[in-house]
Unconditional design. Structure first.
Length: 326
């Protein structure tokens, strides 16, 4: 599809190239208002190219993702913000260890409104002084978009370990952490969060038991990352563990959180962090109810925002409503 509006009415399309399309899906998925993400090829001169043909650098196509989104819930400007935080915008010759025009970064705008917003966003990034090189991302009119082979769709779900090693080994993960976790970024985040929210999410702090917002919450709804809004847990999976913090038997689905070994405080524990914002959430233990798998995700209330069931549709999380039902 390359029209501005699809047949679902209020949804629109956005198309971005940022190197390997495996790595350009995860920054956008699971966010409110995002209806679908397809990996594919665009910007070239051949019809219906294959992965091998695109990689041969003879088609002019770039690996890209096309996003169907609801602009009333998630404006195009926010998509642009995520795009910049997912690429090296100073590298026109590829992305990280993937070289060649098929890996070039680009914003393919679907109408003049998107074009203007992309220009403004690019100029703002250039003038911010965040990077010491010129912003090299090209702005190109959207062309025919060809979905990639099924093997490449949702690759991070089909091959999570290989995806994790690829994303890290390519240098992308380290670059993004270095470029978007600056002192200035932390100061801006500190202004947006409460002192406890900042201490928990950014400094691996722990809030007091029984004196936090959601430890005994009985209302139905969805828990999302306080920093990014990415969905994390459902009230359906919450249970009273008696520990004084919100406890869950599982996250919404596999791959939505990250786990790391934590050897602080003289203990060996498994830390839980959000996937995209990399917020510290809490820890996971193996002393949960056996009938639900035996795990207990012990999470700080300060790391989350709760969205009641009757507000989920309005806030763009309506696709998670079935997860609340028995």
């Amino acid at each position: 599809m390359n029209e501005m509006q699809d047949n679902k009415g209020s949804t629109q399309l956005a198309t971005f190239a940022g190197g390997c399309f495996w790595c350009m899906v995860t920054p956008f998925e699971e966010l409110p208002g995002i209806k679908g993400i397809v990996s594919g090829y665009t910007g070239g001169h051949t019809i219906d190219p294959t992965y091998e043909e695109v990689c041969s650098e003879t088609t002019g196509h770039a690996e890209a993702v096309q996003i169907t989104f609801d602009p009333e819930v998630f404006p195009y400007k926010k998509l642009l913000d995520i795009f910049w935080r997912s690429v090296d915008p100073t590298d026109a010759g590829g992305q990280f260890h993937d070289r060649g025009s098929s890996y070039r970064p680009a914003i393919f705008y679907h109408n003049e409104d998107q074009h203007r917003e992309a220009i403004t966003s690019k100029e703002a990034l250039q003038n911010s002084g965040r990077f010491d090189k010129p912003i090299a991302v090209m702005l190109e009119p959207a062309a025919v978009f060809y979905p990639a082979e099924e093997y490449h769709q949702d690759y991070h779900h089909k091959n999570p370990l290989r995806y994790k090693y690829y994303r890290s080994g390519s240098g992308r993960e380290a670059f993004l952490q270095r470029s978007w976790n600056t002192k200035k970024d932390m100061e801006e985040l500190r202004k947006r969060l409460t002192p406890m929210q900042f201490e928990v999410t950014q400094n691996k702090g722990t809030e007091p038991p029984f004196r936090n917002e959601f430890y005994n919450n009985k209302e139905q709804g969805l828990y999302v990352d306080i920093v990014s809004g990415e969905p994390l847990f459902s009230s359906r999976d919450q249970f009273d563990a008696g520990c004084g913090w919100p406890s869950f038997s599982k996250p919404l689905h596999g791959g939505i959180i990250k786990e790391h070994q934590d050897a602080t405080h003289g203990m060996i524990r498994t830390e839980v962090r959000s996937r995209e914002a990399d917020s510290h959430l809490g820890h996971v233990f193996d002393d949960g109810p056996r009938e639900t798998g035996g795990l207990r995700y012990c999470i700080n209330s300060a790391s989350m925002r709760f969205i009641p069931k009757d507000q989920m549709e309005q806030e763009g999380y309506g696709n998670y409503l079935p997860m609340l039902n028995d």
